[in-house]
Design a protein around this ligand. Structure first.
Ligand code: ADP
Ligand code: MG
Length: 491
């Protein structure tokens, strides 16, 4: 953790904020004990409903900086969305939604992710049910606004995450359009790693003056990440890549390529060599992309070959090695790619492969990051063959499956399905009322409730599912005896 913090700061605990027990408990399960600097600055002001423009580097804990105060202030009883989070990519939308679900777990916060490539009708149905927080990409959010399927009247907080990336991807006009549709009295929180003029010029809200927060994390890019440069030819690159993997023998490694064809090629070659690699690029189906990330996060695969789709926002615990197989054309991309490692105080390595003619790009990157990347000689073949034995052993061995934080939170959760919903005039409060009055149950044991026309899904926490299922087979809700079964899908 220390790596995320200034050295002469007094460590504050999350307890020092005025947060409810439900939120504190979730932070504890997530192992968030000490707020990061951006969290320490943002949370108190966001709780006071101040507009904020926050400049902070990648990996500094921005998501929780806004998700914690939003989960805290959301009114559970309200059915319409109260917060809207805009993210530049689909992957990030899904991840932020998961972060909200994790942090809001014990308050039963319902978050929905809406993004292009995801069935609109499913999103429409989801948004019709209780949704506290909507997280989405600008294009799809605008679609929902136009079709009237995303009610905005109760939105009291707008978050613009990765604003600089929105600008790069040409989404900033859409963001401005969305801003215009929102109620005037809402809070706006903008987060960005850099502050180009176009972002400073964004008219967030003419009625409110935002507070600027600038998080300087001195040397954050060097403190936890060891940067190295290898000069090689295009022909020798793949051999160098395998030499690096053999010598480093990483537990978890991302290999960045410039295009999806390059990803396919490197992935194919590594696959032939039994690396069991995973791949990720924008040409893949969304469901394949999601499951690739999930499997990689769980540690089912040690190697992920990816385009920059994976560079932004995606958070995988403990990536030990990032390889820039193709040098990024933009210095900022280098920061985002390498920012996948050395996160949350862990150490990481970032290797950059470049050809002699790419010198110009190296200089650009170095100017941007403010230090010289140490050049290393390629490995001696004898060294590599010595390391090979241990490497082969690890490649053949089954990887250690990591427990995702959400798995930890999902432990002890059972989802029950009741054969009655809106048509029987049932509401979430009816379920909370009856379930929390069962012997041995309290409101804290009830998770997310989803009411559909003829069905209701209720998550029961803390291992009390079987007990509740038994009790509800002979307990009525609103005078109705419902059939209760264990839901097949977890989500
Ligand atoms: P950013 O959006 O600034 O790039 P994230 O919000 O994705 O960063 O957070 C980076 C990592 O740090 C994530 O793995 C997150 O779970 C972890 N993290 C965030 N806040 C804390 C905290 N207070 N204590 C420990 N880990 C944290
Ligand atoms: Mg982020």
């Amino acid at each position: 953790m220390n790596g995320m913090r200034g050295t002469n700061m007094i460590y504050k605990k999350f307890d020092s904020f005025s947060l409810s027990d439900e939120i504190k408990k979730a932070l504890h399960v997530l192992d968030y004990e000490i707020p990061t600097e951006v969290q320490e600055r943002v949370i108190p002001l966001a709780l006071e409903k101040k507009d904020l423009i926050v400049k902070a580097k990648t990996g500094s804990g921005k998501t929780a900086a806004y998700a914690i105060p939003i989960c805290e202030t959301v009114n559970w009883l309200e059915n319409k969305p109260q917060a809207l989070v805009l993210t530049p990519t689909r992957e990030l939308a899904i991840q932020v939604k998961e972060d909200f679900t994790n942090i809001g777990r014990f308050k039963r916060i319902k978050a929905a992710a809406i993004y292009g490539g995801h069935p609109f009708s499913i999103e429409k149905t989801e948004l019709k049910q209780k949704t506290h927080v909507a997280v989405g990409t600008p294009g799809r959010v605008m679609d929902h606004i136009r079709k009237g399927t995303l009610p905005l009247s109760m939105i009291s907080c707008l978050v613009i995450d990765e604003a600089d990336r929105m600008l790069d991807m040409g989404f900033i006009d859409q963001v401005e359009e969305i801003i215009k549709e929102l109620p005037d009295d809402r809070v706006t929180l903008l987060f960005s790693a850099t502050m180009p003029q176009e972002i400073k010029d964004l008219s967030l809200n003419e009625h409110r003056i935002p507070t600027q927060i600038d998080i300087h994390e001195e040397g954050s890019l060097t403190a936890d990440i060891e940067h190295s440069l290898f000069i090689t030819s295009e022909e020798d690159k793949f051999d160098l890549l395998t030499d690096i993997t053999i010598m480093e023998n990483p537990d978890s490694c991302i290999i960045f390529c410039s295009t999806k064809d390059r990803v396919d090629l490197v992935w194919e070659q590594l696959k032939k060599m039994n690396y069991r690699p995973e791949k990720l690029h924008g040409g893949m189906e969304q469901t394949d992309r999601n499951s690739a990330i999930r499997r990689f996060k769980r540690g089912q695969y040690r190697y992920l070959v990816a385009t920059d789709v994976a560079a932004r926002g995606i958070d995988v615990d403990h990536i030990s090695l990032v390889i820039n197989y193709d040098i990024p054309m933009e210095a900022e991309t280098y920061v985002h790619r390498t920012g996948r490692t050395g996160r949350a105080g862990h150490k990481g390595k970032a290797f950059l492969l470049a050809t002699p003619s790419q010198d110009r790009f190296i200089r650009q990157i170095e100017a941007f990051i403010g230090f010289q990347i140490k050049e290393r000689a390629v490995y001696e073949k004898t060294e590599v063959s010595k390391a090979r034995l241990i490497f082969d052993k690890k490649i053949k061995a089954a990887p250690e499956i990591k427990q995702l934080k959400s798995d930890q939170l999902n432990k002890g959760i059972m989802k029950l399905r009741f054969n009655g919903g809106k048509k029987k005039k049932l509401r979430a409060t009816n379920f909370v009322g009856v379930l929390s009055n069962l012997e041995g149950m309290s409101a804290e044991d009830i998770g997310i409730i989803t009411i559909q026309d003829t069905l209701t899904y209720v998550e029961i926490l803390n291992g009390k599912g079987p007990m509740v299922m038994e009790a509800m087979s002979h307990t009525t809700i609103n005078g109705k005896q419902l059939k209760v079964t264990k839901a097949l899908d977890k989500y």
